[in-house]
Write a protein that binds this ligand. Structure first.
Ligand SMILES: Cc1ncc(COP(=O)(O)O)c(C=O)c1O
Length: 325
């Protein structure tokens, strides 16, 4: 089977920028710490999902579908970007969301509604329940004469994951050989694609944010399917998944992520979010402080986006305090 056509959504290559001020504060050598700005992928506030949507929307169009169907948490970045991508391609979007609609939608949810995403709410967030409901909605839409294309949670299909195989190819032209890459891991597609593209699991440290159970098994399956689809060899080694930053669960704030968010803002002018990127940087910081990353180790933090969720009253209540220093 040949890989699907791309529909051009992500603005690439994204910049790779040094983070020497943050690096110095963590004891890295000059020139060792970098950020891959996948928050600047140019779709509706940016983020990693734009790269997956290049392939997912291309596939949906090739199959003659008229509706993208997906799901996620109420503040899902993935749903927001899928809604925007659908509009760019002239498609409709239906999304199953965990929770109930708040009286005043904020952040990603406000943007979902602005993009005219048809939202279906399922009470509390539970990944399995979302997937079951998406399957039911898919059947219902088909029964209504629509042609839905099911985009799994986080866009984590083999087709979507091709976006991060392409990102890895971009990265190797930008960073020194042997760099270790840190990324937040939700549905696992970003980590799986990077591992296939970079050719070895040891090059990619995924930081689990607790979005779905057993994500390591999903990453294994995605790696196998994506490598086959891309005609690439399977990456060496084993999935590197750091589970220490999840805290009380998906979306639950942690002091370590708060510290990482403040450090990135103060030293680099970068905006991170408490659900994904704050936890991923917290893991990198912990690894450097514990000596698991050497000072000279070239290290890339993939900024996967998440900006709109910062503009919610829940996050504001936590972070809008006078910062130290
Ligand atoms: C900002 C952000 N970072 C990271 C991720 C995780 O990416 P993946 O689902 O490919 O593991 C997501 C997924 O929703 C995200 O929104």
């Amino acid at each position: 089977m040949s890989p699907p056509q791309r529909f051009p959504i992500a603005v690439t290559p994204t910049p790779l920028q040094p983070m020497d001020r943050l690096g110095r504060s963590l004891g890295f050598d000059e020139g060792a710490l970098w950020v891959k700005r996948d928050d600047l992928t140019g779709l509706a506030g940016g983020g990693n999902k734009a790269r997956k949507l290049d392939y997912l929307v291309g596939d949906a169009l090739a199959l003659g579908c008229d509706t993208l169907l997906t799901g996620g948490a109420a503040q899902s970045n993935h749903v927001r970007m899928t809604g925007a991508a659908a509009r760019r391609a002239g498609l409709s979007c239906v999304a199953v969301l965990g929770g109930t609609r708040p009286a005043v939608p904020e952040g990603n949810l406000l943007l979902d509604e602005l993009f005219g995403v048809q939202l279906e709410w399922v009470g509390t967030y539970d990944a399995e329940r979302l997937e079951t409901t998406m399957a039911e909605v898919c059947v219902r839409l088909a029964g209504e004469g629509r042609r839905p294309y099911e985009v799994p949670l986080g866009g984590a299909s083999d087709v979507g994951t091709l976006g991060y195989v392409a990102a890895a190819a971009e990265l190797v032209t930008q960073v020194p050989m042997g760099a270790i890459v840190y990324t937040a891991t939700g549905s696992g597609g970003t980590q799986a694609g990077l591992a296939v593209g970079l050719g070895h699991h040891d090059r990619v440290r995924g930081v689990d944010v607790g979005a779905i159970p057993d994500v390591d098994e999903r990453i294994e399956a995605l790696v196998t399917a994506t490598a086959s689809l891309a005609g690439r060899p399977f990456p060496g080694g084993r999935v590197q998944l750091d589970r220490t930053q999840v805290g009380a669960g998906y979306g639950a704030p942690t002091p370590a992520a708060d510290e990482a968010i403040r450090l990135a803002a103060h030293l680099e002018g970068l905006v991170l979010d408490p659900v994904y990127t704050g936890k991923a940087l917290a893991a990198l910081i912990a690894d450097r402080r514990a000596g698991r990353l050497a000072p000279h180790q070239p290290t890339v933090f993939v900024h996967t986006g998440g900006l709109p969720s910062v503009f919610t009253s829940r996050v504001a209540r936590r972070l809008a305090t006078p910062a130290p220093g």
